[in-house]
Write a protein that binds this ligand. Structure first.
Ligand code: SAM
Ligand code: SF4
Length: 333
C-alpha cells in the first residue's frame, strides 16, 4: 500500500474532500430542514478555520487536491473570504469549489476568482420567484438571480443545482434545460433524498434519474448523451448547438459509487466516508486532544481503508439512526 495516498479496500483513491464550513443557513429549504431550522450546534463545537486549514493540509499531503466548501450556507460563516484566501496558500491544493444558495453573496463574486476558486455550484430550484419563496421559505429570488448573472459573467465555472421535487418543480425541468442553450453553464438535476432533518419524508412520487431523463426527452428527444467522466457524480447531456450542458445526479439511487473519490468532513469535524454513513470518527476531538500531523495522517489512511463499497452498505452499517434522517445542512450536502 502506498503510505502517502488514501486508497480504500476497493482500490479507490480519495482526491476530493467536501468540507462543511458551518451548519447554519439563511434559508429554510423544505427538503433540507424544518421551518424552524435544523438543530444547530454550539459555536465551540464547530471546527475553527485554523483546524480546517490544518486538516486540509494533511489531506493534501495524502493526495487530496480538490476541496468543496459547503454547509449549511458557507457564506453565513463569518469571514469565509478570509478562509478562502488562507486555503489558497496551500500549494498542494489545486481547486476550491463552493456550493452556495447565492443569497446575499453578490458582493463577493468578483473577489472569488482571485483565489483558487474554480467552480461555484449555485442552488436554484425554481425560476418562479413565488415558487422559489415557497421552497426556500425566504423571499430572496431576486438576490439569487443577481448572483447567478454575476457568476455567469465572472469567468468562474458555474453549475446550477436543481433538486427535483415531485409535484413542486418538475414542470420546470425543461425550462432549466433551455437555460443551457445560450449560457455556458451546467444545469444539474439532483434526485431528492427523502430526508430533511426530521426523519424520512414521504414523497408521493419518486423522481429518479430515469424519470428525470424521460421528462427531458419529452421536450428534447434528440438530446445527446456525453461520454462518462470518471469520478463524476453526474451523467451529462447536451442540446445540439448549446453553449452549456445538462447533468443528472443519481444521488439517491446511488449508481455512481463505484468510482467515488471523495470523503466528507462535517462542520463539527466528523469524517464521513460516505454521504450515507453516520460519521466514522471525530477528527476534531482527535486534534483537540493533541494529535500530531503524522498521527492524523495515519488515522486518515486507516479510516479511508474502511470506506464502504457503496451508499447502500454505508446505510445498512448505521448503528444509531438506522434511517438516514439528518439534514443535508449538517451532513454538508
Ligand atoms: N446552502 C448551500 C446550498 O444550498 O447550495 C450548500 C449546502 S446544501 C445542503 C448543498 C446541496 O444539497 C444543495 O444543492 C441542496 O439543494 C442539496 N440538498 C439539500 N437537501 C437535499 C435533499 N434532501 N435531497 C437532495 N439534495 C439536497
Ligand atoms: Fe440552506 Fe442549502 Fe439547506 Fe437550503 S439546501 S436550507 S440553502 S443548507
Amino acid at each position: 500500500m502506498n503510505m502517502n495516498k488514501l486508497v480504500d479496500s476497493f482500490g479507490r483513491q480519495i482526491t476530493y474532500m467536501r468540507l462543511a464550513v458551518t451548519d447554519r443557513c439563511n434559508l429554510r429549504c423544505t427538503y433540507c430542514m424544518p421551518a424552524a431550522g435544523a438543530n444547530i450546534v454550539e459555536r465551540k463545537e464547530l471546527l475553527t478555520f485554523k483546524e480546517m486549514y490544518r486538516i486540509t493540509r494533511v489531506l493534501t499531503e495524502l493526495g487530496v487536491n480538490k476541496v468543496r466548501l459547503t454547509g449549511g450556507e458557507p457564506f453565513v460563516r463569518k469571514d469565509l473570504m478570509g478562509f478562502i484566501k488562507m486555503m489558497s496558500y496551500n500549494d498542494l491544493l489545486d481547486e476550491i469549489n463552493i456550493t452556495t444558495n447565492g443569497a446575499g453573496i453578490a458582493k463577493h463574486v468578483e473577489e472569488l476568482s482571485k483565489f483558487k476558486v474554480k467552480t461555484v455550484n449555485l442552488s436554484l430550484d425554481s425560476l418562479s420567484p413565488e415558487k422559489f419563496a415557497k421552497i426556500t421559505r425566504r423571499d430572496v429570488f431576486d438576490e439569487v438571480w443577481n448572483t447567478f448573472e454575476l457568476l455567469e459573467k465572472s469567468g468562474l465555472k458555474l453549475k446550477l443545482n436543481v433538486v427535483v421535487q415531485s409535484g413542486v418543480n418538475t414542470d420546470e425541468i425543461n425550462d432549466f434545460v433551455a437555460l443551457t442553450k445560450d449560457r455556458n453553464i451546467e444545469v444539474r438535476f439532483i434526485e431528492e433524498m427523502p430526508f430533511n432533518g426530521v426523519g424520512k419524508r414521504a414523497m408521493d412520487e419518486v423522481w429518479n434519474y430515469t424519470k428525470i431523463l424521460g421528462e427531458i426527452k419529452t421536450g428534447y428527444p434528440n438530446i445527446e448523451t456525453l461520454p462518462l467522466v470518471k469520478s463524476s457524480t453526474s451523467r451529462l447531456f447536451k442540446l445540439e448547438g448549446a453553449k452549456g450542458i445538462v447533468g443528472i445526479i443519481p444521488a439517491y439511487t446511488r449508481t455512481i459509487c463505484s468510482d467515488c473519490n471523495r470523503i466528507r468532513l462535517t462542520s463539527t469535524g466528523q469524517l464521513k466516508n460516505c454521504l450515507f454513513d453516520e460519521g466514522v470518527y471525530s477528527i476534531r476531538d482527535f486534534i483537540r486532544n493533541g494529535a500530531s500531523n503524522e498521527e492524523l495522517k495515519q488515522l486518515f489512511i486507516d479510516l479511508v481503508s474502511k470506506k464502504p463499497k457503496d451508499g447502500f452498505v454505508a446505510e445498512a452499517n448505521r448503528k444509531k439512526n438506522k434511517n438516514v434522517s439528518e439534514s443535508m445542512s449538517s451532513i454538508g450536502g
